[in-house]
Design a protein around this ligand. Structure first.
Ligand SMILES: *Cc1c(COP(=O)(O)O)cnc(C)c1O
Length: 386
């Protein structure tokens, strides 16, 4: 059997044709295809505004800035995430801190958040922005987090990089609860623009700020200018922005992928259901299912139950990789990265994230994966665990 990656983009002939059409058109950079993609994404997510950006990393940074995070700011996120979820705060000059995970959902623990907020309230160190992460595509507890946000006065920047197409309380992720939600279209995620991201929001002013920030803080809209334009050539820089734009080439691919999102999502669900059935008897903890939310199934992450097997995580990973199965581990807790330990964090600070990480393995899951490949993954895993 040929190598099975843990994740892989799904590109069809419609995707190729959509990209080629843009290459033959007038615009290559941000133009009409970006607008079309944004409008379709907003409609699909039942939200008034979608702002396309060059990556989710840029989206997180712009989101923090648009929400007013500055040099004296405080941002909290989950240690069980990619480093970009925390780096965005540091790019704003703000202070970063973490809230440990719930070992069952692997998302930010609402109990840990509540306790940390009570303490921060007493010491006047409440966060300005909270970044909950929808780990593996399973939506975080946004309803409870919203109640806490309203009580303590912080904004919610949801990192839904894994969760395009997921739903929570019968609403698409990115449509409600958070002030703004960031999606990633990196090639390993549930839909792709190669590199790329999107922010959604219901807040008109926030959407305008995000659009300004992604393009140098410059506007060409007379109604957004501070002075009467002297002529049609005029543009105004009203704040300090970046080049965080998506290209029309990427947007055409994104729009084509979006049209297939539900199909790809069903393929992922079928595979996840089958993993649940085939792995039920193995010494593993499987991903949690919750009746009030639907995961986008970006990752199928299991934990080795060390009470029921003597195989270590390192042995399992080696055995799987030697067999040509590209298992991976998500995530090394951010606070244990050397850069973060230099900021004062240390091992032991967030024990649930560290314990999860020590036992975690992400199994291959992507739309084109077939039943034969999946059985091979399961049988290989059984050999090393049992
Ligand atoms: C992939 C990812 C990002 C960064 O996304 P890019 O589009 O690659 O910048 C941020 N947060 C999480 C949780 C991710 O998985």
């Amino acid at each position: 059997m040929s190598f099975i990656p843990y994740s892989r983009q799904d590109i069809d002939e419609d995707d190729v044709a959509a990209v080629v059409r843009v290459l033959r058109s007038e615009y290559l950079t941000q133009g009409p295809a970006v607008t079309t993609f944004e409008q379709a994404f907003a409609a699909r997510h039942d939200v008034p505004h979608a702002v396309a950006v060059s990556s989710a990393t840029v989206g997180l940074h712009l989101g923090c800035l648009a929400l007013g995070v500055g040099a004296a700011g405080r941002v909290w996120t989950s240690p069980n995430s990619f480093v970009a979820s925390a780096n965005c705060a540091l790019h704003c000059g703000a202070e970063i801190d973490f809230v440990d995970i719930d070992p069952d959902t692997r998302n930010m623990s609402v109990d840990a958040l509540r306790a940390k907020l009570e303490h921060a309230d007493a010491t006047s160190t409440l966060p300005d922005v909270l970044i909950p992460v929808d780990f593996s595509g399973l939506p975080a507890d946004l309803r409870e987090i919203r109640l806490l946000a309203d009580r303590y006065g912080f904004a919610i920047l949801e990192d839904a990089s894994h969760a395009t197409g997921a739903s929570y309380l019968n609403r698409p992720v990115g449509s409600a609860w958070a002030d703004t939600t960031v999606f990633s279209f990196h090639a390993v995620k549930v839909m792709t623009t190669a590199e790329g991201g999107m922010l959604t929001t219901r807040n008109d002013a926030l959407a305008r700020r995000l659009r300004l920030l992604r393009s140098h803080g410059v506007t060409r809209e007379p109604r957004d200018m501070e002075h009467e334009p002297e002529g049609p050539w005029c543009y105004e820089q009203t704040l300090l922005g970046f080049n965080g734009r998506m290209t029309d080439i990427q947007a055409a691919l994104g729009h084509s992928q979006l049209m297939r999102l539900d199909t790809m999502h069903r393929q992922r669900e079928t595979l996840a259901d089958r993993y649940d059935a085939l792995l039920a008897e193995l010494p593993l903890f499987l991903p949690l299912r919750l009746p009030d939310r639907r995961s986008a199934r970006h990752l199928y992450a299991v934990e080795i139950d060390d009470a029921r097997t003597s195989a270590t995580r390192a042995q399992v990973v080696k055995h799987m990789r030697d067999a040509g199965i590209g298992v991976n581990v998500h995530y090394i807790p951010i606070h244990t990265q050397p850069y973060y330990t230099r900021l004062g964090f240390k091992r032991g600070d967030f024990p649930a994230s560290e314990r999860y990480y020590a036992r975690a393995i992400s199994l291959p899951l992507f739309p084109a994966m077939n039943a034969e490949q999946q059985s091979f993954v399961v049988n290989t895993l059984r050999t090393v665990l049992c």
